[in-house]
Ligand binder design. Structure first.
Ligand SMILES: Cc1cc2nc3c(=O)[nH]c(=O)nc-3n(C[C@H](O)[C@H](O)[C@H](O)COP(=O)(O)O)c2cc1C
Ligand code: SF4
Length: 439
């Protein structure tokens, strides 16, 4: 079934250039808004569209923007920080937008700044994303030279500058307050909240943090209207979203779909089905921090509430598929090691808990687990989440752990009973060590 698309429609070999962007109507939404809409009216349109953040939490964007203090009462400088850190395992959709349509990102940033009366924006790009950084940097140069970034944009009274910043490979700098600390030149240690960024953000000034894909939607909404946006997706989750599908599928990639598409269709249709004619055993709906679901639960709509009701989270809509030859303990061992490595160490539950999760999954996987470990995993994960720490990284490690224990307890216990991973050929395991897997 063909569905309306817009997010990836402009992509061509030259779509990163200003000439191509303007040829396809680029920067018209900005020009029109500067001429005919007040900042408050822009916020109202975004609110009416129902746009929700695409960075993981799905918070309503217009509402978030309206948390910024009233400029008549609060004269402090205000900032927008664009979260282009994209480090959640499985997630790679912002990259496509930054590399292939960087002016679309810039136009979204400018509209967001206009709406919130911010005159400075920072784009915090994941350090490993060199091409994204370079493409955005070049697009900014072009936009500045054309009078679209800087003073008196497009002949209006609105001035706004955009600066770029490279991350240095730390997942925690994608957490909004960790990102702000890092932008300020400090360690990316998340801040306790409150105070929230809208009151005390970058350098203590009012700040909003938005994901790349979130602001990328804004020019389309202003150009085509809130009703058009609401005509796609579901009542509570409007518009289209980018879904990154990875793992054991025939055609991994980033696909544009309206909210509400069945995850079964995403795997079997868009991604060409499970590879090698195998079956889907388990899947993460929205990146490695969301609860794993069994393959039997795949026929669920890709939409915030439906995925929540199924026992997981939409997250960044990064669907990771695992076939029936995959070992979920091994998968979780890798995930737990990642969170252990990335914990900033400020909260004891997270610092100690991620380390213990990583060690316990490792010992179970190499055949040295104990039956009590299953209960210990559950108790440990419950002590780490939800909302018990400064930021949600602790939850990110605990949530998939609880889901694995819930849905794949038998498989964990089988590892303990056999004193090895059942997915490794025993002879091979003995020769090559327990890390060698016969996939
Ligand atoms: C550990 C951690 C890592 C995160 N990484 C990212 C990231 O790479 N990109 C992102 O947009 N949001 C990330 N987030 C979510 C941000 O804190 C924030 O909610 C988001 O950028 C808000 O943008 P939105 O309202 O446009 O979705 C992360 C959150 C946590 C707890
Ligand atoms: S939850 Fe973990 S990553 Fe987040 S602040 Fe606490 S220790 Fe740091």
């Amino acid at each position: 079934m063909s569905r309306p698309t817009y997010l990836l429609d402009r992509i061509r070999p030259d779509s990163h250039t200003l000439a191509a962007y303007q040829k396809s109507g680029g920067y018209e939404a900005l020009r029109n808004a500067l001429k005919s809409k007040t900042p408050t009216e822009v916020i109202d349109v975004v609110k009416a569209s129902g746009l929700r953040g695409r960075g993981g939490a799905g918070f309503p964007t217009g509402m978030k923007w309206s948390f910024m203090p009233d400029p008549a009462k609060d004269k402090r400088p205000r900032y927008l920080a664009i979260n282009a850190d994209e480090s959640e395992p499985g997630t790679c959709k912002d990259r496509v937008l930054m590399e292939r349509d960087p002016h679309g990102v810039i136009e979204g940033v400018l509209l967001a700044c206009y709406a919130m009366r911010a005159s400075t924006a920072y784009i915090y790009v994941r350090g490993e994303y060199r091409e994204s950084y370079n493409r955005l940097f070049e697009a900014l140069r072009e936009a500045r030279a054309a009078g679209l970034v800087g003073r008196k944009i497009a002949g209006s009274e609105f001035s706004c500058d955009i600066w770029m910043h490279k991350g240095a490979g730390a997942y925690i700098c994608g957490e909004e307050t960790g990102l702000m600390e890092s932008l300020e030149g400090k360690r990316g240690h998340p801040r306790p909240k409150p105070p929230f960024p809208a009151m005390f953000g970058l350098w203590g000034q009012p700040t909003t943090v938005n994901n790349v894909e979130t602001v990328f939607n804004v020019p389309f909404i202003l150009e085509r209207g809130a009703d058009w946006f609401r005509s796609m997706g579901t009542k509570a989750s409007t518009g289209n979203l980018l879904v990154g599908i990875s793992g054991h599928v025939n055609k991994p990639g980033v696909y544009e779909v309206p909210f509400g598409v069945s995850c079964k269709e995403l795997v079997d249709g868009y991604a060409g089905g499970i590879w090698k004619g195998r079956k889907l055993k388990a899947w993460f709906p929205g990146g490695s921090s969301t609860g794993v679901l069994p393959g039997s639960a795949i026929d669920v709509p890709m939409e915030h509430d439906a995925i929540k009701n199924a026992g997981s989270m939409l997250g960044t809509a990064a669907l990771i598929a695992m076939d029936d030859h995959a070992c979920v303990v091994r998968a979780m061992e890798v995930v737990a090691r990642f969170y252990d490595h990335e914990s900033c160490g400020q909260c004891s539950q997270c610092r100690e808990g991620t380390q213990w999760l990583s060690q316990i999954f490792h010992r179970i996987e190499i055949g040295r687990g104990r039956m009590e470990d299953v209960q210990m995993l559950e108790d440990l994960a419950k002590s780490m989440a939800p909302g018990k720490t400064i930021c949600a990284l602790s939850d990110a490690a605990a949530i998939p752990t609880l889901a694995i224990v819930k849905h794949f307890k038998d498989e964990i216990e089988e590892h303990v009973r056999l004193a090895r991973c059942p997915f490794v050929d025993p002879a091979h395991a003995k020769r090559a060590g327990a890390f060698a897997h016969a996939h």
